[in-house]
Ligand binder design. Structure first.
Ligand code: PMP
Length: 353
């Protein structure tokens, strides 16, 4: 790569550019001179959409916040490439598998997922040229299926007869069967893949530390694969050992709290299994949120704060409001808004609209 330098007299000079950052790339630099005004311009050109992953904004909640509680900061992953936090993990799992030589040009990526991970993998597969097949429960929103297909991937639907845990297990069995039958099939296995955790431990969490530049007293997150809470939790707790971390579960899938598993509306979390990559030492408390609380809070995020996010974002913020109340004024609570509202048009989040 080279830097292009404009010398102000109609000439552009190419100079070697040693920036080896693999992600965002400063690809061109120019200096414009207008009279006495000298202006240096860096062009930010991503070589492909994958380089634009991450660097999502951290936003203070204002109208929803209780003035006597801790302040709440939300990291809005709905603005991430692919519309969710799971593009980060999809990219990291595929990138590392490529690096370790576990996938080749003719590899077929097959993954069982309740949604966003499938959208992320379909996106990465599109850019990298891998055929991608996503195995998902038929109870997740129709938008998820359509988005996966729109990236050119194939969808296999497994019927959810009221036990999401059983259904996710059946999705996994289907993917593993396909891998047994075809050596070209690679199953990233987000529920046990450490590169899922590392995407958050070394990227999302460092962004949070940089963006907040202040003491963080509380963090809370729902659990799908557990990658988010484990990765972010481990890095934040290392920096702030006194902080409090809450794991958040849907009322009808509170498996960590010893509850039973049914069907619920908080898609992406509460998959009815305890994931292998979840660090069960990282959270101090489990907070249970009902479907009604999650949806009401997600709606308030839109009409009180102007933030269009999904249902599990409502779950996280409902828990963050409780954690903020417990910690009190002067403290700071961080949580994640995992995806955008626009993949929930067909769900009760948009009832009445
Ligand atoms: N919310 C949504 C909407 C998700 O898709 C996911 C991913 N399953 C999560 C939350 C939870 O993330 P994690 O898998 O890292 O626990």
């Amino acid at each position: 790569m080279e830097k292009l330098c404009y010398n102000g007299q109609g000439k552009i000079k190419a100079i070697p550019h040693k920036d080896s950052a693999a992600d965002a790339v400063l690809s061109r630099q120019a200096v414009f001179v207008r009279g006495s005004l000298k202006c240096e311009v860096f062009a930010m050109i991503y070589q492909n959409i994958l380089e634009a992953i991450g660097h999502t904004p951290m936003i203070r909640l204002n109208r929803m916040a209780d003035p006597d509680s801790a302040e709440i900061l939300v990291k809005f992953e709905g603005l991430n490439v692919g519309g969710s936090i799971k593009t980060r993990t999809a990219y990291n799992m595929i990138r590392m598998a490529e690096k370790e030589g576990r996938i080749q040009k003719d590899t077929i990526i097959v993954e069982p997922t309740s949604g966003n991970q499938g959208i992320g993998l379909a996106l990465v597969g599109a850019v990298r040229g891998y055929k991608t097949v996503i195995v998902m429960p038929d109870s997740v929103s129709e938008e998820r299926r359509k988005l996966v297909r729109h990236y050119g991937a194939e969808v296999i639907l497994i019927h959810d007869d009221g036990d999401i845990g059983k259904c996710i297990q059946e999705c996994l069995n289907t993917a593993l069967r396909m891998a047994q039958e075809d050596p070209k099939v690679f199953v990233p296995q987000q529920f046990e893949n450490e590169n899922n955790v590392y995407a958050h431990k070394y990227y999302t969490a460092l962004e949070i530390l940089e963006q907040t530049a202040c003491r963080i007293d509380g963090f809370c997150s729902g659990i799908g694969t557990g990658g988010t809470i484990t990765g972010i939790g481990e890095t934040l707790k290392k920096q702030y050992p006194e902080m409090e971390i809450w794991a958040v579960e849907p009322e009808h899938a509170a498996i960590l709290a010893g509850g039973t598993v049914g069907t619920h509306l908080q898609m992406g979390i509460g998959d009815g299994i305890i994931p292998a990559i979840l660090n069960r030492e990282i959270y101090d408390k489990i907070c249970i949120i009902t479907d009604e609380e999650a949806i009401e809070t997600a709606k308030r995020l839109a009409y009180d704060e102007g933030i269009m996010c999904g249902i599990s974002a409502g779950t996280n913020v409902a828990a963050a409001l409780k954690l903020a109340k417990k910690l009190g004024k002067g403290k700071t609570v961080v949580t994640i808004l995992p995806d955008t509202a626009e993949r929930y048009f067909s769900t009760p989040l948009f009832d009445g609209n």
